[in-house]
Ligand binder design. Structure first.
Ligand SMILES: [Zn+2]
Length: 508
């Protein structure tokens, strides 16, 4: 198939504005490089200096953009741009963001940056020692400072503080919308979760086979080759809690974490992070440095990572394709067939760790965090007893109880960097992914392509239909355009019902 070229888009901004974009992009490149370095290879003791530098550099970028004269200049510039052009759309997205930030005093912003940088350092230590008391003070600080910064926006409603944060991570969302969304998931999936949990499970010995980290690392190359990753633009390294960082259009860093006794973990998390990477790599190159990169919502991004993780990484075709390499490298796989491996990869049962959860129980992990965020942000949380609240919710939603903070409240890094309001976007993103995948199946046969090693055709479909737009459209708009119908969470729940009913032979 001839590769369609999207790079014909050209954006022409006024020189003052282009210079602003270039300078902000330089700060962002420096900050992201420092971030990746700090959480992959930097020695621990350098953290303090690095956190100070992060706060200084991000405040300098913040001041540059939020300078009253600059804001005024941008406002006037927007008026001169013709209606409907991409440049105007970009500038309006920036002004929209500036509405939230332009009244935040520089000192407060610096405090906010410093607190979030420290939050991550403290969280890493607390998690390592499985001791929530080391994280508690900074967590309270993060929540307080987040609210202080939010309150500077005219959009912030003190009666509904969580709405503001939910909207910040995914435009147009609020507590009422998410409540409705999660109620549909609960209603449609709760019984199925229980039914599956009490079903006969396959022999799982293989899943806990010990595979040395170095060998898993080597296997990542097989994986990235299968996904046709352009290694001149993507770099994979290891970290405690996998993330993806976008340095520029041609430089994306993905990270993974190898557990010797859980080879599946690194494979699926690499596929997930590569989903984020691919979205960025396939966004129109003309959008580099613009708001069309920054304005991509979190649910939009998670829809792409979850699409790859679930609809590619957890399918039979995917494991069928990987099996010969697995068998060549690891003796434990010699006698396994693709059907059995497929079931093993999709075993569903209530568990403690979100990132290791199966597709079916996954949204329940998200709901637990959503309930806790509501409490934290709406001023209803006692920070001393949060670990108990967490554990109680796990018992209520999933029937399991963490025995320590590391497998409980400290497992995720999000709150440590101020990403409060992010979690719900994982579930929403998964639901977007299901609707997009259904649309993809109308155009191409992704599973047949995957078993022929043709992930490139799938990536091309994603580029043409989703990725190249970047943030110039919302994911809700893209989902509706591509599928030809309004966003419907029931597509996601039906997909899960069909998949798990078949997998566990639940039909009467
Ligand atoms: Zn993700």
């Amino acid at each position: 198939m001839e590769k369609q070229n999207h790079s014909e888009t050209e954006l022409h901004f006024a020189p003052f504005y282009q210079q602003l974009l270039d300078t902000l992009a330089a700060y962002s490149l420096a900050l992201n490089t420092m971030y990746v370095d700090q959480y992959t290879i930097a020695p621990k003791k350098g953290a303090n200096r690095a956190n100070d530098a992060t706060a200084i550099l991000s405040t300098a970028a913040f001041d540059l953009e939020n300078d009253p004269q600059t804001v005024q200049k941008i406002e006037e510039y927007a008026k001169t741009l013709p209606e409907g052009c991409l440049e105007k759309k970009e500038v309006e997205l920036r002004l929209d963001q500036l509405t939230d930030t332009k009244n935040v005093p520089s000192d407060l912003y610096k405090k906010y940056s410093r607190v979030r940088a420290q939050g991550q350092t403290d969280w890493h230590e607390a998690k390592e020692k499985s001791d929530y008391s080391l994280f508690r003070p900074i967590l309270e600080d993060i929540v307080r400072t987040t609210l202080e910064v939010s309150a500077c926006s005219p959009r912030f409603n003190p009666e509904k503080p969580y709405d503001y944060l939910l909207d910040k991570f995914e435009k147009g969302m609020n507590q009422e919308e998410y409540d409705r969304f999660f109620n549909i998931l609960k209603e449609d999936l709760s019984d199925l979760v229980k039914k599956v949990a009490s079903s006969k499970q396959p022999d799982e010995t293989l899943m806990n086979t010990s595979i040395p980290v170095a060998e898993q690392d080597e296997f990542s190359n097989v994986l990235l080759d299968l996904l046709k990753a352009d290694r001149d633009r993507v770099y994979l390294s290891t970290t405690e809690h996998p993330f993806t960082d976008f340095l520029s259009h041609d430089d994306v860093r993905i990270t993974t974490h190898y557990y010797p006794d859980m080879f599946l973990s690194a494979i699926l998390s690499t596929v997930h992070e590569y989903g984020h990477a691919l979205f960025h790599l396939q966004t129109d190159p003309a959008f580099d440095k613009t708001m069309f990169i920054d304005a991509v919502g979190c649910a939009a991004h998670e829809s792409q990572s979850r699409l790859l993780e679930n609809h590619i990484g957890r399918t039979k075709a995917f494991w069928q394709t990987l099996l010969p390499e697995l068998q060549k490298r690891f003796p434990a796989f010699h006698d396994i067939d693709a059907d059995t491996l497929y079931h093993l990869v999709n075993i569903s049962r209530p568990s403690l760790i979100r990132t290791e959860a199966d597709e079916l129980t996954y949204p329940f992990h998200v709901m637990i965090r959503y309930e806790i965020e509501k409490k934290m942000i709406n001023g209803e949380a006692d920070f001393d007893t949060l670990p108990q609240v967490w554990n109680d919710l796990y018992e209520e939603y999933l029937g399991v109880r963490p025995s320590n903070d590391k497998e409980g409240i400290l497992q995720d890094m999000h709150w440590s960097d101020g990403s409060i309001g992010y979690f719900p976007s994982y579930a929403l993103g998964s639901a977007y992914a299901a609707q997009l995948y259904e649309a993809m199946e109308r155009d191409i046969d992704p599973q047949a392509l995957l078993s022929k090693g043709r992930f490139d055709v799938i990536a091309k479909w994603l580029e043409d239909n989703v990725h190249h737009y970047g943030g110039s459209k919302t994911m809700r708009e893209i989902v509706e355009e591509v599928s030809g119908k309004p966003f419907d969470p029931h597509i996601y729940t039906k997909y899960l019902k069909d998949k798990y009913t078949e997998l566990y032979n639940l039909d009467d």
